[in-house]
Design a protein around this ligand. Structure first.
Ligand code: HEC
Ligand code: HEC
Length: 285
């Protein structure tokens, strides 16, 4: 309520008055802003005190790193890695992906950091990725694979994953190369990480592709199950199945072609030139 007044003032009285008022705004306000930005931009990949998702648990990050480092890193992780910073390089080694740049001001980042500080129950920074509880039933893996390839459509629409991603799996042929291969994504980020990404894709391209077309819980479960399966299986999968599939298709194709040529051949042999002339004459009568 009061804050809304301030915002109104900001418009009417002008920037400097508002900036003056801002100094007196209780820290709770800053935290609210921080929470909002965190939920929108960070929580798909980071938890605070609930373990690793796509990126590290951010509980206690204010104690682990200096503020200067955090401001630089959050704006552009790639730039910090490129600068040769050993901490950033180690994080990249561990998580095998670079966090996307965040277009945020210093103030917004400080708001997030103060929200993290107040809400983080410290936990170990990198618990290993968790596997799904219990084996995934075969029909779910099957559904996940079909959704991934677009053989089954998503309930709310949206493109198949193979339009951008590839997975090495016998039963999946081809796939896009726009985005990363997902064969071992499960080992890298665990069930929670993949689920978090599908719950709200943090990547602009993927986000745009599924804008307003969220996945259902069943679809997410099936896709995560399929990706876990693909990850576990890819190590000892032989191209044998795939080969037989192609071989089968080849044999089928040859059979069809041969049938086709036989028909043409039969017609040729049966109908002589004389027959043709005879037919024409019959017709013209
Ligand atoms: C797409 C997933 C993703 C998003 C979105 C994301 N991060 Fe990250 N973050 C990562 C990954 C992965 C790492 C591991 C470091 C690396 O290789 O980039 C990381 C690392 C970090 C680190 C360093 C942690 C440490 O232990 O030193 C901080 C701090 C951080 N992120 C903050 C944020 C904040 C704040 C936001 C939101 C504004 C955010 N991240 C959004 C994936 C993400
Ligand atoms: C329009 C293209 C597009 C579609 C469709 C798409 N993605 Fe993505 N996805 C991306 C992009 C871009 C990224 C960012 C990382 C990269 O460059 O690969 C990404 C990243 C991911 C990641 C994190 C990968 C990693 O290693 O960091 C996962 C998991 C993922 N997508 C799963 C899926 C699944 C499952 C589907 C199908 C439901 C899907 N995506 C559909 C474009 C797409």
């Amino acid at each position: 309520m009061m804050y809304q007044c301030f915002i109104v003032h900001k418009n009417i009285v002008g920037f400097f008055v508002a900036a003056g008022l801002f100094l007196f705004v209780p820290t709770g306000f800053t935290q609210e802003l921080g929470k909002e930005i965190f939920t929108q931009k960070c929580s798909a990949c980071h938890s605070i005190g609930k373990g690793r998702l796509v990126g590290p648990d951010l509980a206690g990050v204010n104690d682990r790193r200096s503020e200067g480092w955090l401001l630089k890193f959050i704006k552009s992780p790639q730039a910090v890695i490129n600068s040769g910073d050993p901490v950033a390089k180690a994080l990249f080694e561990e998580f095998k992906m670079v966090m996307p740049d965040q277009a945020l001001s210093d103030k917004q980042i400080r708001d997030i950091l103060s929200f993290i500080k107040k809400n983080g129950i410290s936990s170990s920074a990198s618990t290993p990725p968790v596997a799904l509880a219990g084996p995934v039933p075969q029909h779910e893996i099957e559904l996940g694979r079909n959704l991934f390839q677009g053989k089954v459509r998503f309930a709310n629409g949206g493109p198949s994953c193979t339009s951008c991603h590839h997975v090495k799996n016998d039963a999946v042929i081809g796939g896009g190369i726009l985005a990363r291969e997902l064969t071992t994504v499960f080992s890298r980020m665990g069930g929670e990480g993949v689920r978090a990404i599908l719950g709200g894709p943090p990547f602009p391209v993927m986000q745009a592709a599924y804008q307003g077309m969220p996945f259902t819980d069943d679809e997410i479960r099936a896709l995560v199950g399929f990706l876990q399966h693909a990850d576990q299986e890819h190590a000892y999968q032989q191209p044998r199945d795939y080969g037989w599939g192609l071989f089968g298709a080849g044999v089928g194709g040859v059979a069809v072609l041969m049938g086709f040529y036989c028909m043409i051949g039969r017609r040729r042999k049966k109908q002589s030139v004389n027959q043709d002339i005879y037919d024409r004459q019959i017709k013209s009568e």
